[in-house]
Write a protein that binds this ligand. Structure first.
Ligand code: MG
Length: 409
């Protein structure tokens, strides 16, 4: 008997008995355990959609949510995680007696941290929106896990500390944000030293063709009406102000280690090219596809493999034309503020992010006009001061103080 082993994934162990002319194949499926931080949000739901289609490769071991317990409970019943964490105590109270036997419940912000630091998983999907995603993500990094990162704020506010911690703990970040996933895919097999620039594409959001004067009267519903992507409210407003692209520039800086002057933004209204890399021989690589977050999510879960998927294929003749424009930084002031904050460094990106989160919340609550979002952020950046080399405590303190300041305006 001869044993042939192939160290591909899935591992195939083939035994061959020549005398009996008999061949058996034994498949060892490598199941990866997945922790989803923010499973009821847009990225969380799409992550579960992806896993549902490749269920023989991934097992959901932990789900966390803020307060949407109806959806969380449905997810728990389908995916049967052994750990559940709910941030809001009142919501945790609602489901505590409805969880299946043996499913451990953590509650509160501390509970999210404990779930990330104690439960069993290989891949941490950071799909929670906002600064609140930072602390649990740090717990996963400390354990050297793969981080499928959708929460851009983690790198925006603490990029220097996070990248150093990842290096120290051998944790890898695979980006889920479609632009960064595109760049990551373009860089496979390439050297970062041969990159001339990264070109992040931006749809321009719902107000691309409106005059700046329109921002005075833009409504919440108009700002939430994104032409290409279906996302959560916060990201959709950020897309309308183009702060989303600004945060992504900062995220790209830390993910790929390139300076601000090597990161360009180009408006591409069709959202077919998700981003590009220009190399120093003049060649440009682009990653394309229909706008569907399931693709970058699946890539972050399965990298370096590409598994089959039923994601809709693009039809180039049907798309017809791809167009590109310079972004108008005078009109989209938030994008300019983000470039400036990255250039300033220190706690400036943390102030930018905290002020933006509160300003967007105020706009969504109809307390301020759309045009006031950059005004509040600029005030915060001018007022809060800057720490050049902040540690984590300084960042948490800066975030808290900035929120209080912008709430008071
Ligand atoms: Mg994006």
């Amino acid at each position: 008997m001869r044993i042939i082993r192939e160290f591909a994934t899935p591992l195939i162990l083939s035994t061959l008995n020549k005398n009996l002319h008999f061949v058996t194949f034994v498949y060892y499926k490598i199941m990866k355990k997945v922790f989803i931080l923010g499973s009821t949000g847009s990225i969380g739901v799409n992550t579960l959609n992806v896993i549902r289609n490749i269920a023989d490769r991934f097992e959901v071991t932990a789900l966390t949510a803020n307060s949407n317990t109806d959806l969380l409970l449905a997810q728990v019943n389908e995916f049967k995680p052994s750990v559940v964490a709910v941030k809001e105590e009142y919501a945790a109270e609602k489901i505590k007696d409805l969880l299946p036997q043996g499913c451990k419940l953590y509650t509160g912000s501390e509970g999210l941290l404990s779930a990330a630091s104690e439960s069993d998983y290989d891949i941490f999907v950071g799909s929670m929106v906002g600064f609140a995603g930072l602390a649990p993500t740090i717990e996963a990094i400390k354990r050297g896990k793969r981080i499928a990162l959708a929460n851009k704020e983690t790198l925006v506010v603490a990029g220097e500390l996070i990248t150093a911690l990842c290096k120290d703990k051998c944790a890898e970040i695979i980006p889920v944000d479609s632009e960064h996933s595109a760049i990551y895919q373009c860089l496979v097999g390439e050297s970062i030293n041969e990159v001339e620039k990264l070109i992040l594409t931006a749809s321009g959001g719902p107000f691309l063709n409106k005059d700046k004067s329109f921002f005075e009267k833009a409504t919440v519903d108009e700002a939430l009406n994104h032409p290409n992507w279906k996302m959560g409210n916060k990201v959709t407003i950020d897309s309308a102000t183009m702060m989303n692209k600004g945060l992504e520039v900062i995220e790209a800086h830390w993910l790929f280690g390139l300076p601000t002057e090597k990161i360009d933004v180009v408006i591409h209204p069709q959202s077919i090219i998700h981003s590009m890399v220009q190399f120093h021989d003049g060649s440009v690589k682009a990653q394309m596809g229909l706008p569907d977050m399931k693709l970058p999510i699946q890539y972050a879960l399965t990298y370096p493999e590409r598994l089959e998927s039923d994601i809709e294929r693009m039809n180039m003749p049907e798309i017809g034309t791809l167009s590109f424009f310079e972004p108008d930084l005078e009109k989209f002031e938030c994008l300019k503020l983000a470039f400036d904050a990255l250039q300033t460094g220190g706690t400036a990106p943390c102030v930018l992010n905290a002020a933006n989160e509160i300003a967007v919340e105020k706009f969504l609550n109809r307390e301020i006009k759309f045009s006031h979002i950059p005004v509040l952020i600029e005030k915060a950046l001018r007022t809060m001061g800057n720490h050049v080399s902040p540690d984590l405590d300084t960042i948490f303190d800066c975030d808290k103080r900035t929120r209080e300041f912008v709430k008071s305006l």
